[in-house]
Design a protein around this ligand. Structure first.
Ligand SMILES: *Cc1c(COP(=O)(O)O)cnc(C)c1O
Length: 373
C-alpha cells in the first residue's frame, strides 16, 4: 500500500529516548522537553517561546484560553481546514464565524476576513480571536491577515499544524501570529507519534500555557487550584522522538518538495491544476500535493483518479470538507462565496510521504498516465 503521508523514525530518536530511560525522566519533566522546545524556538526565530503539548488540538485550545475566549464569545476561523482547527472553539463554549478561502493559497481570504470583522463589530460583537491556517503546507496571505488583525486589535492564532518548515518572505510559519501552533501527529511532516506545540511571543505567555497544560496548579506547598486546568503536556519520551525528528525536518521538506515537482511535471501539459506557490514570497513544505480536477475541462473527475489509484493500492484523499458545510456547524455564520466548497468538490490530495520511493513514483505515474491516453 502506498500511503498518503508516512514518516520514518531513525536511530537518533531512539538515542534520545534511551537517555530519558537511563535518567528516569519518563514523565513531563526532563532534558528532552527542554531540548525539543528550544530546538523549535531556534528554528522559528523571531520572539518564540514554545510549550510542547500532547497534541496540536490541545495547543489550539490553550491559545484560545490565553486569548481570553470564553463562553458566548465569537471566534473567526478559516472554514477550509481540518476539524481540529475549529473544535476547540466549541470546547470554550464560544461561537465560530467561518471565512472562505482565496484562490491563490486556498487559505483565509483577507477580504472576507475584514468584511466579517466589520459586520460583527457593527452588531456590537467584536471577535475575541482569529484562527488562520497554512493548509497543506501552503503559507496563507499572512502579511495581509496580520495587518488586518493588528488594525482591529484582535489576537491572531496561526494554525501551522501542516506547515512546519514552510516560510513566507523568508520567515517560518508559526512566527507571525500572537500564537502559532504545530502538530506532530503521525502523518505530519515530522512526528512524535502524537504531539503538538504552542508558540508564544512572550516568556510570560509560555508560562501561562504550561500552567494551564499542567492542571493549573497554584504556587503552594499543597495541591491548590483556582482555575480549570488540563492535562496537555508532552511527555519527555515523546519529546525525545521530536528531538530526533526535527533533525530530519529539512530533508523531509526537500523530499516533499521533490514529490510536488514530480506531480507538476506529470500534470504540466494537462488541464489538471496543482496547488502551487503564487510567488517567490511563498515557500511551502508541500506537506501534501493537491490537485483540482474540473471534469468539463479534463473529461474525467477526481473520483475517477481516486478510484484508479485505490485499485492499485495507492491512497489518495478528498480535500478537507469546509467547516461551514459540516453538520455540527450548520447554524454557524459564514462570510464568503464558494471557493472552499469548490475545492472540496473538485480536489484530491496525492501520496506525498517523505519516504515515497522511485518505484512508488513509477507505480503512481503509470496509473496517472492512463488518464492522458
Ligand atoms: C493535524 C492538524 C491539527 C491537529 O493536530 P493534532 O496533533 O492531530 O491534534 C490541527 N489543524 C490542522 C490543520 C491539522 O492538519
Amino acid at each position: 500500500m502506498i500511503r498518503l503521508s508516512e514518516s520514518r523514525l531513525s536511530d537518533k530518536e531512539l538515542a534520545f529516548i534511551q537517555i530519558a530511560f537511563e535518567k528516569g525522566e519518563v514523565s513531563f519533566y526532563g532534558d528532552n522537553i527542554q531540548g525539543f522546545e528550544s530546538d523549535i524556538e531556534n528554528l522559528i526565530g523571531r520572539e518564540s517561546y514554545v510549550a510542547c503539548t500532547n497534541s496540536g488540538t490541545s495547543a489550539i485550545h490553550l491559545a484560545l484560553i490565553l486569548c481570553g475566549v470564553q463562553s458566548g464569545d465569537e471566534v473567526i476561523c478559516q472554514s477550509f481546514t481540518f476539524f481540529a482547527t475549529a473544535a476547540p472553539i466549541l470546547y470554550q463554549g464560544a461561537t465560530p464565524i467561518f471565512i472562505d478561502s482565496e484562490e491563490d493559497t486556498w487559505n483565509m481570504s483577507p477580504i472576507h476576513l475584514e468584511k466579517a470583522i466589520k459586520e460583527r463589530i457593527s452588531r456590537g460583537k467584536k471577535p475575541k480571536a482569529i484562527i488562520a491556517v497554512h493548509l497543506y503546507g501552503m503559507p496563507a496571505k499572512i502579511d495581509e491577515i496580520v495587518k488586518i488583525t493588528k488594525s482591529y486589535e484582535i489576537p491572531l492564532i496561526e494554525d501551522a499544524a501542516e506547515a512546519f518548515g514552510s516560510k513566507f518572505k523568508g520567515e517560518y510559519c508559526g512566527g507571525f501570529g500572537d500564537y502559532g501552533i504545530l502538530s506532530f501527529n503521525g502523518n505530519k511532516i515530522i512526528t512524535t507519534s502524537g504531539g503538538g506545540a504552542l508558540i508564544c511571543r512572550t516568556q510570560k505567555g509560555r508560562e501561562r500555557a504550561v500552567f494551564y497544560a499542567s492542571q493549573s496548579r497554584d504556587v503552594s506547598s499543597h495541591y491548590q487550584h483556582s482555575v480549570v486546568g488540563y492535562n496537555y503536556r508532552m511527555s519527555n519520551i515523546l519529546a525525545g522522538i521530536g528531538r530526533g525528528q526535527i533533525q530530519s525536518l529539512a530533508n523531509n521538506v526537500l523530499a516533499r518538495r521533490e514529490n510536488h515537482r514530480f506531480y507538476r511535471d506529470i500534470f504540466q501539459s494537462s488541464k489538471v491544476r496543482v496547488l502551487k506557490e503564487p510567488s517567490n514570497h511563498y515557500f511551502s513544505n508541500h506537506w501534501l500535493t493537491c490537485i483540482i480536477v474540473e471534469p468539463e475541462k479534463t473529461g474525467f473527475s477526481r473520483d475517477d483518479i481516486r478510484i484508479a489509484l485505490q485499485e492499485e493500492n495507492i491512497e489518495s484523499r478528498i480535500l478537507w470538507k469546509p467547516m461551514h458545510l459540516q453538520p455540527i456547524f450548520s447554524e454557524s455564520s459564514y462570510f464568503g462565496e464558494e471557493v472552499a466548497e469548490n475545492l472540496f468538490n473538485l480536489g484530491l490530495c496525492l501520496p506525498s510521504s517523505s519516504i515515497l520511493s522511485v518505484s512508488d513514483k513509477q507505480k503512481i505515474l503509470s496509473v496517472l498516465m492512463r488518464f492522458f491516453e
